[in-house]
Ligand binder design. Structure first.
Ligand code: CP
Length: 305
């Protein structure tokens, strides 16, 4: 049984296969209809979501299965042992997807689960997002190997999963991350990426963007902290420090890079409004592809491919 918590135990072949299945699921939806007949996905959310919730639920519907949405605060996960609750869930559902605050809890859940468990984004990783991102890049560029992605923003969970996914599939990735979000700290992941020779980091954003095929950005403040009054001071500090790195027309002058953002977008902060709808923006294709890549994840973990 395989889980998807991050890409540490995933081979390059497994990652590229999931991406190819996702593209096939998008182009040939009828072929996959009813593949998950009678299967149930339980989706548990400790944090807010639009895309992750919608894409997984629609994926299950279109594959002939069923998805249950659980708001953590309305369940007994909130008052009981996470492993006891997960053991119970495994007796009734076929696969679990959870968006939790802490990766330690995600790991505890996977340890207790007797069905495949999917990380729907925690403080360290967002592997489902990275798979949709690479699917989108493969669609647009026809390949992954050799494509150069430049990530400009705060080094966070999305950044970690991109580094892992890109370096495992032969893409080149440069990060421009003046701020590192402490919970995302993963020195082992960075060491592994460095060994591939495909990863580098710099603060020279102009130079990094010169050879970029893709420029990618994300929120400067994690979703659970965005409106938290306790994080207000840190948020204002980050905005001041990150503004020179905003993805805007001036920064992208002379660049033909495709623009990506995993959404939700904070307009006027990490990206300027005119870039969101610019011809080179593939942000909404990327967001749509969450649906197709969630299908590929479910089909893979439930041994249907
Ligand atoms: N990108 C992403 O995970 O979107 P949601 O937070 O809306 O699920």
């Amino acid at each position: 049984m395989q889980h998807l918590l991050n890409f540490k135990s995933w081979t390059p072949q497994q990652i590229t296969k999931i991406i190819d299945i996702a593209i096939d699921a998008k182009n040939n939806p009828k072929k996959w209809r009813n593949t998950l007949d009678g299967k149930t996905l339980c989706m548990i959310f400790q944090k807010t979501s639009t895309r992750t919730r919608v894409s997984f639920e629609v994926a299950m519907t279109q594959l002939g299965g069923h998805a249950i949405f659980l708001d953590w605060r309305a369940t007994n996960f909130a008052i009981a042992d996470i492993q006891d609750e997960t053991r119970y869930l495994s007796r009734n559902v076929d696969v679990i997807m959870a968006r939790l605050m802490k990766h330690a809890d995600m790991k505890a859940m996977a340890e207790a689960a007797t069905v495949p468990t999917i990380n729907g984004c925690d403080d360290k990783y967002h592997p489902c997002q990275a798979l949709a991102d690479l699917m989108t890049i493969k669609e647009k560029k026809g390949k992954l190997a050799g494509v150069k992605l430049v990530y400009v923003g705060v080094h966070n969970n999305v950044c970690n999963s991109l580094i892992e996914a890109c370096t495992k599939t032969g893409m080149r990735i440069t990060t421009v991350t003046p701020i590192k979000h402490p919970p995302a700290h993963d020195p082992e992941l960075i060491e592994d990426a460095k060994k591939t020779g495909l990863y580098e980091t710099t603060l020279d954003v102009k130079k990094a963007l010169k050879e970029a095929d893709i420029v990618y950005t994300d929120t400067w403040v994690d979703m659970e902290l965005f409106t938290d009054p306790k994080f207000k001071e840190e948020k204002e500090k980050r905005i001041k420090q990150m503004m020179p790195y905003q993805i805007n027309a001036q920064l992208l002058k002379g660049s033909s890079a495709l623009v990506m953002h995993d959404m939700p977008i904070h307009r006027g902060y990490e990206i300027s409004p005119e870039i969101i709808n610019a011809p080179n923006s593939i942000i909404f294709d990327q967001a749509e592809n969450r649906l197709h890549s969630e299908k590929a994840i479910l089909l893979t973990l439930l041994n249907k491919i």
